[in-house]
Ligand binder design. Structure first.
Ligand SMILES: *Cc1c(COP(=O)(O)O)cnc(C)c1O
Length: 394
């Protein structure tokens, strides 16, 4: 039995089987490189579902965590914390005038935005939230209800009421679904889990206009698309509009758990003392890490690199598309990359893993590739050559 097999047997005994896990036990990682517990190396083009967006164990993040760990790890949210204030300021400076609420995960950030929208609409009897089919918003009861995919809901009924789904990128469907009870429209600007479906410019602008006209909150779930991955700090910035709320998690913590709801203008002061809270939300250690993520993105010009490397990877993948007719379409925005296949993607994902490349497969046949923002050409070349080799056996 090697070390990995030993760990797997402990999981079998003691950890709930809520994930389908590949027998890979990672011991350490740096940038896009991983080492497993038995010494094998991999390149990671799907770092922790985009959590390690600026690469694993980024030196600035590690240094910030080390420094803060000697001073203060956690403080009650009934007091003030300098780093929480500075992080809030940094987020607002990079997005739009407003205020933030700190939580610990994407689902919680989305919950906060739905609670906020309901509170805002409450006096007018508005509580309904319109979301999109194929969306993904997290795993709490309200968020599996918000998520427009049946597979996450089955077996958990009765679900909370007040959520309605419409097809993505279809403005008429949204208009039809709006009633005098609609409090919010919530969507991902790019549906990642849903298969890299990109909202069109017209759609996003029409949604903004609709929400303005009807005083409905436009909520953008940027848990996966945020923090530079789309070629802008936040994906909505590709559309020339601003949401009323945006939610962040995953990459903003540099590997530590964080969730943020960023509310604009008239939504910024809706939640008052006693209406919402999170014990761990915005702890100093997490805020130190998140501030280091912003610093790294700026000082190391990682957004520019994401745009450049995204274009390079797309070009390389288009070359593979000419070679393999089972590649149907490549959809990408900077380093958010989807490769839609006409064959099943699960085997390809597994074979890539065996060959030393971590990617993801979603919706059965769409390869999801999200390299860290500081990825190099050499790493892309290596990854594409592994994909090429795996494809050539199909
Ligand atoms: C991952 C994800 C979530 C859920 O985040 P958790 O931290 O797992 O709760 C929500 N929305 C989107 C778009 C995500 O990618």
């Amino acid at each position: 039995m090697n070390k990995t097999e030993k760990i797997v047997s402990l999981y079998d005994k003691y950890v709930m089987k809520t994930y389908s896990r590949f027998p890979l036990c990672i011991e350490k990682a740096k940038g896009a490189k991983l080492w497993d517990i038995d010494g094998k190396t991999y390149i990671d083009f799907f770092p922790g579902w985009a959590v390690s967006g600026i690469g694993h164990c980024h030196p600035r993040v590690v240094a910030a965590i080390n420094k803060q760990s000697k001073k203060l790890l956690h403080v009650s949210n009934n007091y003030y914390s300098e780093l929480q204030a500075l992080l809030a300021e940094e987020i607002i400076k990079n997005s739009y005038p407003g205020k933030v609420f700190f939580a610990n995960s994407g689902a919680e950030a989305n919950e906060a935005s739905v609670k906020l929208a309901r509170k805002y609409g409450h006096d007018k009897g508005r509580y309904e939230v319109i979301t999109m089919t194929k969306s993904f918003h997290g795993r709490t009861l309200a968020m599996i209800t918000a998520t427009g995919q049946d597979k996450v809901k089955l077996g958990f009924e009765p679900l909370p009421s007040g959520f309605v789904h419409v097809p993505f990128n279809d403005i008429e469907a949204v208009k039809e679904a709006v009633t005098d009870k609609t409090a919010a429209i919530m969507l991902e600007p790019i549906q990642c889990e849903g298969g890299i479906n990109i909202a069109s410019l017209e759609y996003m602008r029409a949604l903004r206009a609709l929400c303005d006209e009807k005083d409905i909150a436009l909520v953008l779930d940027e848990v996966q698309t945020g923090m530079g991955r789309s070629g802008r700090m936040f994906a909505y910035q590709n559309y020339g509009i601003e949401p009323d709320m945006m939610t962040l998690a995953k990459a903003i913590g540099g590997g530590l758990p964080i969730g943020v709801c960023v509310a604009r203008g008239k939504f910024a002061d809706v939640l008052t003392p006693g209406t919402h809270a999170s014990t761990f939300g915005g702890s100093p250690i997490v805020c130190a890490a998140a501030l280091a993520v912003f610093e790294a993105i700026k000082k190391e010009k990682l957004i520019q690199n994401a745009t450049k490397m995204g274009a390079y990877m797309k070009k390389k993948l288009e070359e593979l598309k000419k070679k393999y007719r089972f590649i149907k379409e490549i959809r990408s925005v900077a380093l958010i990359i989807g490769v839609e296949l006409s064959i099943k993607g699960d085997d390809i994902y597994k074979e890539c893993l065996n060959a030393g490349l971590l990617i993801n497969c979603t919706q059965g046949s769409i390869l999801r590739i999200m390299p860290p923002l500081n990825v190099t050409k050499a790493e892309i070349d290596k990854a594409v050559s592994i994909l090429d080799k795996v494809f050539s056996r199909k």
